[in-house]
Design a protein around this ligand. Structure first.
Ligand code: GDP
Length: 265
């Protein structure tokens, strides 16, 4: 198989010096010290697992002869979806938000897993199902464009409303440009359906610290004021530098019930 990229594994991250290590494992926490005094820091540290939990989560994302991670199937309609046998998470977001890159980063310790992209305009958009051993399934939903409401109707809406084993939806938002109109439409839909979701800010390596902090604070405020179903802590990721990827693996393991106790770091 192909070699996994540097920093894909925690063992590689642990060799870095402390400050760099924190930036990779806890990118949101890294921003905390630049906050104005008096800022509420609670949303920065709701989910803050220790090393042991991060390592147990990583084991789920690492394939070995007794634990296979496979692309199972794609579906264009709900009745083509695999049976809802395992706890499930799904990833949604605008086209180009970095969704395939992030899923590839999450699965980088299982290099045999192929994360397909179908970007050709007019090409049928599909939901892609990945099975992580006997533990959970992860669904890559089609990216939506400027036609967000129409794009949703056929399958994304049906999926989100009907999928009984769906434990959490990960809504990807571009960390450089922040919330866009189509992201607001996605939020409204998730709120209307009353399902639990979490926002993931992508491409953070491309945003300056100031811009990132501004986007984080704005989105946190938006989440606090306008949402019920959104987890108050944002997840920051870079699929290039692997920041936030280990923490996100841990959160996925946790919400799918595979890591019941997550002791604080
Ligand atoms: P998708 O349409 O949501 O699946 O987006 P892709 O994963 O294909 O990413 C869209 C573009 O953003 C590609 O050119 C990627 O190389 C780039 N990209 C994705 N993630 C990152 C990231 O974390 N950092 C940087 N710098 N670029 C990224």
């Amino acid at each position: 198989g192909r070699a996994s990229p540097p920093l894909a594994a925690l063992s590689q991250v642990l060799r870095l010096e402390r400050s760099r290590r924190t930036a990779i494992v806890f990118p949101l926490q890294k921003l905390e010290r630049y906050l104005a005094p008096g800022t509420d820091t609670a949303p920065f540290r709701l989910f803050q697992p220790g090393l042991a939990a991060l390592q147990r989560a990583e084991a789920l994302f690492r394939s070995d002869p007794g634990h296979s991670i496979d692309y199972v199937s794609s579906a264009v309609r709900m009745d083509h979806a695999p049976p809802p046998a395992l706890p499930e998470v799904c990833f949604i977001g605008r086209s180009n938000v970095g969704k395939s890159s992030l899923i590839r980063a999450l699965f980088s310790l299982a290099p045999e897993v192929e994360v397909r992209v179908s970007k050709t305009p007019g090409h049928t958009k599909k939901m892609n199902f990945f099975k992580v051993g006997k533990y959970f399934t992860l669904v890559d939903m089609p990216g939506y464009g400027y036609r967000a409401p129409q794009d949703f109707v056929e399958m994304v809406e049906a999926y989100l409303q009907e999928r009984r084993n769906l434990k959490r939806t990960f809504l990807l938002v571009d960390g450089v440009v922040g919330l866009q109109k189509t992201d607001h439409i996605a939020v409204e839909m998730l709120e209307e359906f009353g399902i639990p979701y979490v926002m993931v800010l992508t491409k953070i390596d491309r945003a300056s610290r100031g811009l990132l902090l501004k986007n984080v604070l704005e989105i946190q405020e938006f989440v606090k004021e306008n949402t019920q179903g959104c987890f108050p802590q944002l997840f920051l990721v870079s699929s290039v530098e692997f920041s936030g990827v280990h923490l996100l693996r841990c959160f996925v393991a946790h919400v799918t019930g595979n890591l019941p106790t997550v002791e604080a770091s």
